[in-house]
Design a protein around this ligand. Sequence first.
Ligand code: ZN
Length: 498
Amino acid sequence: MNYKIKQSNIFIFLTLIGVLSIIGFVLIGFNGWKNLKDKTAEKDLKEFHKLFEEGKPYYTLDQANKIVRELIPKIEKIAGRKFNKIPEIRLINTKEFKKVLIRETDIKILNNSNRLIENKRNPFQIMVKLFYGIYGSRDHILYLLPKKIATILRLLKLDEKYGMDIVRITIAHELTHALQDQYLNLFNKRSELPGTEEVHAFSATIEGHAVFIEKEIGRQLGIDDFIIDLFPLADSAKMRFDNPKLIQMMTSDISWTSIYSQGEKFIAHHYKKGGNRLLWKILENPPIDTSMIVDPKTYSPKLYDYLNYNNILENLYNYNDHYKNHKFTYENTSLSKLDLSIMFRNIDFPQKSWIISKVQHYQFFSIYSYDTLLAQITFILLEDSQYTSQYISLREKFIQHNFQNIDSYINKDSWKDIYINKNCLDSIDFARQTSITLEVIDSSMNKIPKKNIHTVVGKKNMVIIHNDGAFNLTPCDIGNIFSKIFKRYQKAKNKKHQ
Ligand SMILES: [Zn+2]
């Protein structure tokens, strides 16, 4: 068996395993990790960027404005509402677009309850490449990227003559956001949202509505069905790329592609049920839970859960005790149910969607050195303690499934229950606990067992996962972290209910 681990394997592995990528780091070995930068990832990213090279501007500002004037009465008729004013159109390049996008997504950083402490891994690197229009919810300006049409035509292998169809459908999409904004104030509405779950549910509602309208416009304009069917373009499954790396990079960037396609189905369901009257009612009271997007008939306007989950995971452990003066980067964020259904998409498990629908909150805290994930603590809150054990089983199945892909690197007998010294835990009784020991092969082909790389415990309606690739925390350290989390959650909950 060949144990030598190549960097490229690591990269593929990282993408495959998603949130479990921590183990990928363990496999690289510990020597010199402090200055580690994934060279292969950088190379792939460069290749990836090249695929999105722009062409000449495909249309002028006058042409764009003419299309806007043609589309406005059509959109008003389909959506059942009138524009208060025609939005300003601006043509921009990728660099300017990046600024607009950061400004638009900044909401998370501004919003205290879902703050990214510091994120050097630029999540926009990939997203930036895929947009050719954006509506600015702060300045109410409709931005278009005319140089991107050539890119889209090339990537989708489409004849030049379809370019203008894509432009029309794109403008119809962004104009729909302008119309929504004039009635809902998108920026204010989004700023109120406390976490990823709510942001994704809201985004799926407004994006679904925009996709629904753009497609209807396409049909009214007599655009070929196969062009209309390509929308939403962000839906990677429909992307006709032949570059496997590209497809992989896109599918690894979870959730945001489904926001468009699932959102469209959600909107279509409610349009059929109650027409535009119901659609606008839903736009004003968007679902707060992505499980309602996935299963549209369960929609009901509910109140937000304003508990601050970020606080629960901050400053749990001083990682500089292990590596003095090293500058780590931290990220504290949450996953929506839509993210989870994508994360578990290849896992065969009884009643999977039902268990996912019982996840009330999924928060995780990550510790990075440069772009490399070193450790991660995850807090999962379930609706009731009866789901805890099932959720852990699903998670175990997920890990086993991912491990099959890296067969040669791990010891198959490494699944063991670990015993966390009860003294460290103030006599907490765990519903369930598991841990993994990996046998890592170092550069001189020695097998080194790495313990407690992945530790899962459940207590009441909570599941906590600790992934450690760099710090070799003791079971007692881990136990203390878990104990702190349980206490903090209980305290935050009690405070909220006072
Ligand atoms: Zn949109």
